[in-house]
Unconditional design. Sequence first.
Length: 274
Amino acid sequence: MHLSGQLTDWSINDLLQIMQVTNKTGSLDIEGDRRGRIHFREGSVTGAELTGAKGSYLGSDRGSVADILYVLSMLDSGSFSVGAADGPDTPGWGVEDVMADVEALRSLEGEVIDAGLFEATGVRFIQQIAEPITLAPDDWSVLVSLVQPFTFNHLESAIGRGGAVRVFHTLHRLGVAEAIVGDEDESEWLDRLADDISPEAGEPTWLEHVPEEEVEVTELIETPAPAPEPAVATTNVVELESTDVRGVSAPASTTLTDGVYDEIRRLRSKVSEQ
């Protein structure tokens, strides 16, 4: 059977019903703003493909096939044609079952639109919740997909060192964070925190950045001459020593005490006054 035409005359749902009723084995090509292909084996859907501006997407399970049909069903113009089967030669899913998944997605989209989230300029999590919540594994996977891998330094630059420590500790306490092990074991972030304030590390990243021209100070140190001895003429000697002050460091430690912070603030203030 050769079948081709325009999407203005036949909807995606109509075409799927025809393929099922005729017990057709073949591939249905869709050409429009998006290009797609739906594979059938004896009237059952075995797979689908979608090509758009961002590349191609292959659907090999029922959920991903429903996602592709959901997108293709939005097309109201374009062409279609049925050709020889070039998709998976495996048992598929009934058209009614797949289209039920598509309708479920449409219903979810309606709720998102009604909530004002669909066209919002941005979406963020609320700051507080009224009561404890329990997340199902599927819901948790959704949250994980939104969060890209991050480091302690990245979080510190956004909310400060204390805030980053609290966040990392909370994630650890909840048991929902794991370290990405590469050249360096990210789980050793407390040791790196100590290294940040070691003398070899230079200026710690958690101190407020001050442009170099404002920090560089030339200090004149006068060294008094030894006390004069009887009957021997002596001359005071003044040694000029140039010192570049480029930050404050403290001995490495995995514990940051208030005393360390106070000393850093005092020395930083002293440098700024000179």
